[in-house]
Design a protein around this ligand. Structure first.
Ligand SMILES: *Cc1c(COP(=O)(O)O)cnc(C)c1O
Length: 389
């Protein structure tokens, strides 16, 4: 791309169309999609209800400012927010986290935020400053002050929490950090300590939310009580929308004039989100849980014996395959593309799978099979380096 800042190392093909859970490139090659964008298109590429909602809204009005009330906003808010919470709509995950950061400081009157190493919260100044990955922050100093980092899943972090903190922010499963699930006892202890000390608990569900882990939000599977929940990625199935959801008691700090957005909560993105949430029913989520069990069973059987596989982790259809240092995840992804399957990476040489939640069991298992063949090939190469010459 000659006219685009090179912020992304891009693959050679463009994906020009999609159907169900497949994508087609500019050569007409068809791929089984185990990425959903990056955890975005959970309902795939030809979902009728979502398309119908968006097309209908396109024929009405695309945008009114937030100076006018929107019934659609209120309806989608009711569908997405947990009990006793309110919603603020924005356009992305990083913006949802910015809103959470601002609300936490304003409501508590305190400045300090505790975040976790190996976490990811976005690329704008606040969210980047909360991101526990020095590579992502490199060159952008000075960062937003008042942020400390503790170790994820480490009980000594609990001792770092004091009443000086406005909030703690964490992911239930660290996504970019390598698909690292939170330990249930540790998450419970963090939540308890937050409530003991009057620290707000912010759960970043930008990647884990909207059904990805088998429940609407991943935190529902744990004994935690977040004050603020952020989501984005899958909320619009590809149209840009994010949301910051917070307990009603916080509303006093977000009075008129305190925070805002031009595009956030626009009717086109909301019409798509409505279609997503209409289909994110308890029955649908149960099917995701069954698919997850089938896939993890198959992965354990197919991959666990391989010397190059260190670990298999995840929750729901958020899956990490942790490779040893002898194999480069980038090479695996490129080979798999040749085989007609799209996959992702995450930190620490992790092959990350985020298939559309609607993918059939048959195709989920076909994907596992392709990955097994590829990793078997890599394992053989690794054992006999002479073959590589
Ligand atoms: C992707 C992601 C973000 C950032 O979302 P954007 O829409 O890219 O701004 C924030 N937090 C988590 C956990 C994410 O996975």
């Amino acid at each position: 791309m000659k006219h685009i800042f090179p912020t992304y190392q891009q693959f050679p093909m463009e994906l020009v169309s999609g159907h169900d859970w497949h994508l087609v490139d500019n050569d007409g090659k068809d791929y089984l999609d185990f990425t959903s964008g990056i955890g975005v298109c959970s309902f795939g590429y030809s979902n009728e209800l979502i398309q119908q909602n968006v097309v209908e809204q396109l024929g009405k009005v695309w945008h009114t400012s937030n100076l006018y009330p929107s019934q659609l906003q209120d309806d989608v808010a009711e569908m997405v927010t947990p009990e006793r919470m309110l919603a603020f709509f924005c356009n992305s995950g990083t913006e949802a986290n910015e809103a959470a950061f601002k609300l936490a400081r304003k409501y508590t009157g305190k400045a300090k935020i505790l975040a976790f190493k190996n976490g990811f919260h976005g690329r704008t100044y606040g969210s980047m400053s909360l991101t526990g990955n020095p590579d992502i922050q490199a060159g952008f100093a000075p960062l937003v002050p008042g942020i400390d980092f503790a170790s994820y899943n480490d009980f000594s972090s609990i001792d770092q929490m004091t009443s000086d903190y406005a909030a703690v922010i964490l992911e239930i499963v660290q996504g970019e950090g390598g698909v690292v699930p939170g330990d249930s006892h540790w998450l419970k202890a963090v939540s308890q300590k937050c409530h003991e000390l009057g620290i707000l608990m912010i759960v970043d569900e930008v990647q884990t939310g909207i059904g990805r882990t088998g429940t609407k939000f991943a935190y529902e599977q744990f004994d935690v009580d977040p004050d603020i929940v952020t989501c984005a990625k899958a909320l619009g199935n590809g149209l840009p929308i994010g949301a910051m959801l917070g307990k009603k008691k916080l509303a006093s700090a977000f009075a008129p004039g305190s925070h805002g957005t031009t595009f956030g909560g626009n009717k086109i993105a909301l019409s798509s989100a409505k279609g997503v949430l209409q289909q994110l029913t308890p029955d649908f989520l149960k099917i995701v849980q069954v698919k997850s069990q089938v896939v993890f069973d198959a992965l354990e059987k197919a991959l666990r014996p391989l010397s190059i596989v260190k670990d298999i982790s995840g929750l729901g259809l958020m899956i990490g395959i942790h490779l040893t240092g002898n194999v480069k995840v980038g090479d695996v992804i490129a080979d798999l593309q040749q085989q007609g399957i799209l996959t992702l990476s995450a930190e620490h040489n992790t092959l990350r799978l985020l298939p559309p939640l609607v993918m059939s069991e048959h195709d989920l298992l076909a994907g596992v099979n392709l990955i097994q063949n590829e990793l078997q090939k890599q394992a053989v190469l690794e054992k006999s380096p002479i073959d590589q010459l």
